[in-house]
Design a protein around this ligand. Structure first.
Ligand SMILES: [Zn+2]
Length: 480
């Protein structure tokens, strides 16, 4: 192969860009083709990413060329994003291959420092609010507009994984980094937030929403510190939390990208979940009383066996919840028989009943159906059943307009998408009390989460971050 002198120069420039010899502002794409036009200008063509596609080679884009791309063509740097995620995963890494970065621990501190460095590189102005939430700010063009907020958490459960929360935080920073590289100022100010202690009760997001009780601050967390001492440890002021509260109307929109933590997307091979909302939860303690008696001398037709009645009730819960169309779930997760001896017919059983759905009324309807169906059990076994409702967490719906934009954005990027509920709680649930929210899910392989085995494919993470970027740009254009 022969090159002219000019051809050799172009080749050298191309190689230099690929191998990072040239000190230029980097904007990296996935699925890139490179051409050199007659004037020696480097042009990159950006191809769509598909779920099955491999993460492509990073290439570097010159700012002068990047300015030619329409905003709708802007993409995150998937290689950088996934590298950052793996680096964050080394902080608090444990022997089992997972991450133990519980809130307020030394590892949490180190993780926060790492994330703040990324924020700084993305040109964000960093503040730590009174709750210890990290907020990276970027100014907007229009004065008087409330900020667009993107974020999640970086704390983990003990023996957790690398993806829960961290994907959302690092993707949000990547969005800010891309805007920084394009030197583009959104109409709204932008805030990238790392919420404090999500796994230990969504402390940071609930402080922001003004929905937290004073007595919670004395709870001892997995770090060994109380929440109050933990907040001090990371630079917050637990006595001035009111200052961190956002009133309704002070956040234009909140977006959270998160791993699904279930197997719906992975099992169906779908790239993006447009979350309809975070489900509501109701829990009851159920007490079944029969008659304890001698297991040897009481004939089978003269028994009032509370445990046998409980077995029928558990089956009834499953049947009633399954019979109704929809994605509601019902669970009996705890059971105890009294007196609890091999030679005594159980006289009393206490068990838990939990029902979750987006529609709180539907939860009540399911409960009513279970209680009605249980009348037969009461008659059949000669027992009593008492339901003691002790816990409610109200569902938080995402904004229907945001949901539509997320679906359309996925479509535009050539990604399959599905509307779905979130069965797990998230920081977005707290923020929903004071602002419209949107949530984007990406697949969790085999639906495993809160485990060292938690995994999401790099390409899915990149796809999710691109949906986050484009949804943010779209909301910035349409919201006031
Ligand atoms: Zn999470």
């Amino acid at each position: 192969m022969y090159f002219t002198a000019q051809g050799k120069r172009i080749l050298f420039i191309l190689m230099g860009i690929f191998f990072g010899y040239l000190p230029i502002t980097a904007s990296v794409y996935t699925g890139v083709g490179i051409f050199v036009d007659s004037g020696g200008i480097i042009i990159l063509s950006v191809s769509n990413t598909t779920r099955s596609g491999k993460t492509s080679q990073a290439a570097t884009l010159m700012p002068a060329t990047s300015a030619k791309l329409q905003k709708v063509q802007w993409r995150v740097n998937g290689v950088r994003l996934n590298q950052n995620l793996q680096k964050l995963g080394t902080i608090g890494a444990n022997a089992s291959g997972g991450v133990s970065r519980v809130a307020f621990s030394e590892a949490d501190w180190a993780g926060r420092t790492y994330v703040m460095n990324l924020m700084q590189a993305a040109g964000l102005e960093i503040q730590i609010d009174q709750a210890g939430n990290i907020i990276g700010r970027r100014k907007g063009q229009m004065s008087g507009l409330a900020p667009l907020m993107l974020g999640s958490h970086i704390d983990t459960v003990p023996e957790g994984g690398r993806y829960d929360g961290s994907v959302g935080v690092l993707a949000a920073i990547e969005v800010a980094q891309i805007l920084h590289e394009y030197e583009y100022t959104t109409r709204h100010p932008l805030e990238i937030v790392v919420f404090v202690n999500e796994e230990g009760g969504k402390t940071g997001s609930r402080v922001m929403a003004g929905k937290i009780m004073e007595k919670e601050f004395d709870l001892v967390t997995k770090s060994g510190k109380t929440i109050r001492d933990g907040i001090r440890f990371i630079g917050g002021h637990p006595d001035r939390l009111e200052e961190s509260r956002r009133q309704v109307g002070r956040i234009a929109a909140f977006l959270e990208l998160h791993v699904e933590q279930g197997a719906v997307l992975d099992s169906k091979g779908i790239s993006i979940g447009a979350v309809e909302g975070i489900v509501g939860i109701k829990r009851w303690n159920v007490t079944i009383e029969g008659i304890p008696n001698h297991a040897g001398t009481t004939p089978m037709d003269q028994r009032h066996d509370a445990l046998l009645a409980a077995a029928k009730l558990i089956e009834t819960v499953n049947r009633v919840v399954t019979e109704m169309p929809g994605s509601q779930v019902g669970t009996v997760g705890q059971i105890q028989a009294f007196p609890g001896a091999p030679n005594v017919i159980p006289g009393k059983v206490s068990l838990s009943l939990e029902i979750r759905d987006l529609d709180m009324d539907k939860i009540d309807r399911l409960y009513d159906k279970i209680a009605i169906a249980a009348q037969n059990i009461i008659q059949e076994f000669g027992v009593t059943i008492q339901y003691d409702h002790f816990y409610t967490s109200r569902s938080a719906l995402t904004d229907s307009h945001f949901r539509k934009i997320i679906s359309e954005t996925a479509d535009l990027l050539g990604l399959s998408a599905k509307h779905m509920p979130s069965g797990a709680g998230h920081d977005a649930q707290s923020i929903a009390l004071v602002a419209p929210i949107g949530m984007i899910f990406i697949p969790s392989v085999d639906g495993i989460s809160h485990s060292p085995k938690e995994f999401s494919h790099p390409q899915d993470i990149t796809n999710g971050a691109n949906v986050l970027l484009q949804t943010t740009l779209k909301l910035d254009a349409v919201l006031n």
